[in-house]
Structure formats: structure tokens, C-alpha cells
Design a protein around this ligand. Structure first.
Ligand SMILES: Cc1ncc(COP(=O)(O)O)c(C=O)c1O
Length: 459
């Protein structure tokens, strides 16, 4: 059985969260590591939450936290926003059911909204998660180009499947040269051949990327990236524009994984912010309003590879039509385009259309306040991020441009601060980024800065 650590770093935390510890001991008997998603786990044990409201979470021990994790950025309106609750209740009542298994009005309504803010998504398909959206993006790229390898960037996460669980957070001893990183497999159970089929690129290094892509242009179907690495290290504008140009020149598709950056860097995501048009985009998180969703979209001629022909489905029983299935990219899912979830997503968009600017301004206010508090103590650091996401990076570097730069930052100190902040009621998973919501007002910002002040003065 997994043992719960009791390092001194955790002492204060453990004093306040006894019920979480007790719960996790039970959970470990039911689920490996006590969690149903590895990301939920951290040492000594995760805090177990009981309820949420607005910007706040309450845990099993009754401690209240201002939530900056926001379910890894998904909850852009905070917890339990009345517009979402109302939309979901009304949709269920109007539909009289939770699911039809047929086309639904909201699939088109949401599609048109997405196209308004993401015009590069000329046609779209719905999935149930960001993982499924990027997975489908890769299959689309293979189908469209007839090539069967992808390139991704060191430090970038695209979901939990075999083609992309490489070099997300690789040990530096295994990561290879910074200008031509090794493909490091980062999960048990991933076939060794994935390291041959997924090519790793260095972020924000255009010359090195161009060289790798040129060498392997006949193998690579697509380059996929998070326009802000891990949601917060921004692509440099010249880099992103250059990458667009090189991929176009070489017949390689460009996939923006905007699962984190979509509706967060701005309502139109990174592509609107940078003015760079990808061939395919994957969205998720915010657009589900806290419910599971993904959307993939792109150029019409690419997306049309998935348009069903007559009897072209793997499940079609008619033998005469069978061969046509090979001419179509198969994409399906019992819950795709779930009407209740689309109603929640549309409610999110309605609120963001009014309040996005304010969330952006408040994020800047919080970032500035945190930087000032560190500066008063002479601790070199940066708030790295665009729009409504950022991370606190304790570093002497002037620019944090990629995974290798981030590894030079002081994770130990950041972790120490994070645990003390948890004890002061400021929640994010230790070492994680901060996401903001429409529910984070002046009061929450003041309380957060007070907590930072207290914690930094104790260091
Ligand atoms: C950039 C990015 N892509 C894909 C995913 C996977 O999305 P999901 O967790 O909804 O499957 C995530 C999740 O954190 C992500 O941040």
C-alpha cells in the first residue's frame, strides 16, 4: 500500500487536513494511489473537497480555499455559476431526456459560436474530452496527408494516450540535446515504437525546429503544440509565425492544442491573440462549463475526410458497401455533442462575452501584486503567462522560454510557498499554474495577496 509521507514541509498542511488523510487511506483501498486521475495525486496526499461556490472550495475538514486550480482551468466562471446551473436544468427540462443519440439543435448553435471566435475552425466535431480532441486531430492529419508520424514539443501535454505521452516532463539526463530533444516515453505501457513515431521539437527555437522538420518532412503529418506551453509559457510571436510558414512550405499540418489556452488567453484563444491560423484546433475545458467536452475543428477540406459516405461505418452490416469505410475517417462516440453539456458551454460563452475583459484585468492585478511582494523581499521571480493563466516561476532568468528554462527555476522554494499558501487558504495543486475566473473579485485578490505577504515574510 502507498505510504503517506510525513516530511516537516507538510506538517502545517497535515494538521489542517486530517479528514482528507483519513479519506485517502480509504480511497487507496479502492483505486490505485487512491485517485481516478493520476494528476489529482500529490504528496503527502491530495486535499479532498466537499463543496464549491464562486471562487471558493471547502474541504472535508471545513477549511475554505480561494481556488486557483479551477479544475485545471476548466471553470472559467468559478464554481456553481447560476447561469450554468440554470442552462443545464432548462435544457434537461426542454429535452425531456439527457441524451438523444441523434443530431441536436445545439450542435449547430454551438458550432456557429465557435466559428465566430475561431474562424479557422471551418467545420467542427464534438468529443468528450481534450484528449479525444487531440487524438482525433492526429488521425485527421494522418488521413489528410497520408503520412503517419507527428511532431510535438518538449514540455507540452496533449492528453493521456500513447502517441503523446512522450517528453512532457522528461528527466534532463534522458532528454538529449536542447536543439534536438530525445523522445522520452513517460508512461508504463506505451509501446517503445512510439518513440520512433513521435518526433520531439524544442519550443521557441525556430531554426532548430525548421531543421528537424525539413529533414523529416516526408514522414511528419503534423506539428502539434500548446501555443502557451503548459498553458503559461508563451510562444514568441516570431516563432509561431515562423512555424506556420515552415509547416506550410513543407506540407505539414499545424495543430493548435488550445485545450488550455482556448477562451483563456482571450475569448478567441491563442490564434486570435497571435493572428496565426492553424490547420486544425483542439478545444476543451472552459467550453464544457465543468462538464466533459472537447471540440476539434479546422479547414473544411481536412475535416471532410470524416464525412460519412453511404454505409461507410465500421458498424454497417451491409457487405456490398463495406469497402467504402476505408475511404472515410471513422469518428464516433455515444456522448459526442451532449445537449446538456452544450447548453452549459453556451452559458459560459454568454457570460464571457460580457466579463472577459474584467477577468483579464484582474489577472494582471494579481500578477502585479505577487511580483511586488517578491520584489520587496529581493526574491527574483516572474509571473509567466498570457490572458487569464499564469504561473509563479522563481528564477534568475530574464526570459523563461521553454521546458529547459523552467527546469532551472527553484521548484523547492515554490513548493514550500505553495504548501504554506494551502495552509492560508489559497488553493492550487503544489507547483501548478494559476487560472482565474469571473468569480475572482477584488476581495479574493486582496485576500490572496495578504496570504502571500504572510507566507513570504515567514521564509
Ligand atoms: C493542452 C491540453 N491538451 C489536452 C488535454 C487533455 O484534456 P482532457 O483532460 O479533457 O482529456 C489537456 C488537459 O489538461 C491539456 O491541457
Amino acid at each position: 500500500m502507498t505510504v503517506i509521507s510525513s516530511e516537516p514541509l507538510y506538517a502545517e498542511f497535515m494538521k489542517k487536513t486530517a479528514k482528507s488523510k483519513e479519506f485517502m487511506q480509504q480511497a487507496m483501498q479502492v483505486m490505485p494511489g487512491g485517485v481516478t486521475a493520476n494528476i489529482k495525486s500529490f504528496a503527502p496526499y491530495p486535499i479532498v473537497m466537499k463543496s464549491g461556490k464562486g471562487a471558493y472550495l471547502t474541504d472535508l475538514d471545513g477549511n475554505r480555499y480561494i481556488d486557483y486550480l479551477l479544475s485545471y482551468g476548466a471553470l472559467m466562471l468559478g464554481h456553481g455559476h447560476p447561469a450554468i446551473i440554470q442552462a443545464v436544468q432548462q435544457q434537461l427540462a426542454a429535452d425531456g431526456t439527457s441524451l438523444f443519440g441523434t443530431p441536436h439543435r445545439l450542435e449547430v448553435e454551438m458550432g456557429r459560436k465557435i466559428q465566430q471566435y475561431y474562424p479557422s475552425m471551418e467545420m467542427i466535431r464534438y468529443t468528450n474530452s481534450g484528449t479525444e480532441a487531440t487524438l482525433l486531430a492526429i488521425r485527421m492529419a494522418y488521413a489528410y496527408t497520408g503520412k503517419y508520424k507527428i511532431a510535438k514539443f518538449e514540455g507540452h501535454y496533449h492528453g493521456g494516450y500513447n502517441q503523446v505521452l512522450l517528453s512532457v516532463n522528461p528527466p534532463l539526463e534522458e532528454a538529449g540535446p536542447s536543439s534536438e530533444p530525445n523522445a522520452v516515453i513517460e508512461s508504463k505501457g506505451v509501446e517503445p515504437y512510439q518513440a520512433e513515431n513521435t518526433i520531439i521539437l524544442p519550443f521557441n527555437n525556430l531554426d532548430a525546429c525548421a531543421e528537424i522538420l525539413r529533414k523529416r518532412q516526408h514522414e511528419i503529418a503534423a506539428v502539434m503544440l500548446e501555443p502557451a506551453q503548459a498553458g503559461f509559457i508563451p510562444a514568441e510571436p516570431d516563432f509561431l509565425q515562423g512555424l506556420r510558414k515552415v509547416t506550410e512550405e513543407l506540407g505539414i499540418l499545424l495543430i493548435f492544442d488550445e485545450v488550455k489556452t482556448g477562451f483563456r488567453i482571450g475569448i478567441g484563444g491563442a490564434q486570435a491573440y497571435y493572428g496565426v491560423k492553424p490547420d486544425i484546433t483542439a478545444l476543451g475545458k472552459v467550453i464544457g462549463g465543468g462538464f466533459p467536452v472537447g471540440i476539434i475543428g479546422g479547414k473544411k477540406e481536412i475535416m471532410m475526410v470524416s464525412a460519412p459516405l453511404a454505409a461507410s461505418d465500421v458498424f454497417d452490416a451491409s457487405t456490398s458497401q463495406k469497402s467504402s469505410a476505408k475511404d472515410v475517417l471513422f469518428h464516433s462516440g455515444t456522448y459526442n455533442g451532449h445537449p446538456t453539456i452544450l447548453s452549459a458551454g453556451l452559458a459560459v460563452l454568454n457570460v464571457l462575452e460580457q466579463e472577459m475583459d474584467q477577468v483579464m484585468a484582474r489577472t494582471e492585478q494579481l500578477k502585479t501584486g505577487i511580483r511586488q511582494l517578491f520584489a520587496q523581499r529581493g526574491i527574483a521571480m516572474q509571473t509567466v503567462g498570457l490572458g487569464t493563466i499564469f504561473s509563479v516561476v522563481i528564477t534568475e532568468l530574464e526570459h523563461v522560454r521553454n521546458y529547459r528554462d523552467l527546469q532551472k527555476s527553484n521548484f523547492e522554494l515554490r513548493k514550500k510557498i505553495d504548501f504554506q499558501l494551502l495552509a492560508e487558504g489559497i488553493y492550487t495543486k503544489p507547483l501548478n499554474r494559476y487560472s482565474m475566473s469571473t468569480a475572482h473579485g477584488e476581495e479574493e485578490i486582496s485576500l490572496t495577496l495578504e496570504a502571500y505577504d504572510k507566507v513570504l515574510s515567514r521564509l
